[in-house]
Ligand binder design. Structure first.
Ligand code: NDP
Length: 284
């Protein structure tokens, strides 16, 4: 399994399995199938409501803990009269309990919203106590990321952001590279929006290599050293999405994919006031 080296020297698998929007009742079977297909890196979140099912699949698999990479994410902590730091420590323990683990490989702040400076201070403690092998953030635009870095001791190891052919994030990736933050893609297929799976540019490149548009996307991202965590509930697609390391895209093909960038989200903007309000309404 190919890995990338994070800013603390830890090796993180470049491909993993995402479980967003897999119903809780179906998650255990999906994760068991993904582990059987060869995935060793799992990406969940407290807000997905399926950490327990992910944990059950890990346990059922019998795979030694040290062979797995498990990421989960902290949802926005609401404590207007209390301590967000304390809440964060409690939320971490609750996630670990649900997952049935005694440490995490990666713990991420899910959204750049609320008092994430206090959340980060708590995460730094968890990292110092070796409860998480790496800590990072998600959905941080460059300005927020730099501000967090400038005001804290530990530089996030990872920033997990929407990254796919229609929103390529090259400027973000360059900035993160300068700051020692590893880019990780969420929604590598843009969840199929904009007809990604039948896009003529991706399909033609795939045909040249005997691969699908989905495989071309994952290869394009991993050739850019972007970590990917595709989601599928179908075992044949799980296997297909892992089978991307036996071909290489040419510079010309990389340049063709670069033309697909729209520079905009296919989902929503984390700076849209209505979205900020909606995300904040989803407190624990
Ligand atoms: P993806 O871009 O991974 O797309 C998933 C969709 O693509 C599903 O409908 C799946 O269908 C389909 N699909 C998967 N593989 C193939 C294939 N080979 N051919 C055709 N269709 C395929 O979307 P996600 O939003 O799930 O993103 C991936 C992961 O990123 C999430 O699961 C989550 O872990 C993370 N994430 C993080 C966010 C954050 O805020 N930090 C936000 C969103 C996601 P089917 O299942 O039927 O195969």
């Amino acid at each position: 399994m190919e890995t990338v080296t994070l800013n603390n020297g830890v090796e993180m698998p470049i491909i993993g399995f995402g479980v967003f929007q897999i119903p809780d009742t179906e998650t255990q079977a999906a994760v068991e199938a993904a582990l059987a297909a060869g995935y060793r890196h799992l990406d969940t979140a407290a807000s997905y409501g399926n950490e327990e099912a992910v944990g059950a699949a890990i346990k059922a698999s019998g795979i030694p803990r040290e062979e797995l990479w498990v990421t989960t994410k902290l949802w926005i902590q609401y404590a207007p009269t209390g301590s967000v730091e304390d809440n964060t420590l409690r939320a971490f323990e609750a996630s670990l309990t649900r997952l049935g683990l005694d440490y995490l490989d990666l713990y991420l702040i899910h959204q750049p919203l609320g008092d994430y400076y206090s959340e980060w201070r708590a995460m730094q403690k968890l990292y110092a106590e070796k409860r998480a092998r790496a800590i990072g953030v998600s959905n941080f635009h460059p300005d927020r990321l730099v501000d967090l870095i400038e005001n804290n001791e530990i530089v996030p190891a990872v920033n997990q952001i929407e990254t796919h052919p229609f929103h390529q994030r090259r400027v973000d990736q360059d900035l993160m590279g300068e700051r020692g933050v590893q880019i990780e893609s969420w929604g590598p297929f843009a969840e199929g929006k904009n007809d990604l799976f039948t896009n003529p540019v991706l399909a033609a490149i795939g045909e040249a290599h005997g691969k699908s548009a989905a495989q071309v996307v994952l290869r394009w991202l991993t050739q850019r050293q972007v970590i990917v965590i595709p989601k599928s509930v179908k075992p044949e697609r799980m296997a297909q999405n892992l089978d991307i390391f036996d071909f290489t895209l040419t510079e010309e093909q990389m340049a063709q994919i670069a033309t697909l960038d729209t520079g905009a989200s296919q989902f929503f903007d984390h700076r849209d006031p209505a979205m900020v309000s909606w995300l904040n309404s989803r407190h624990d």
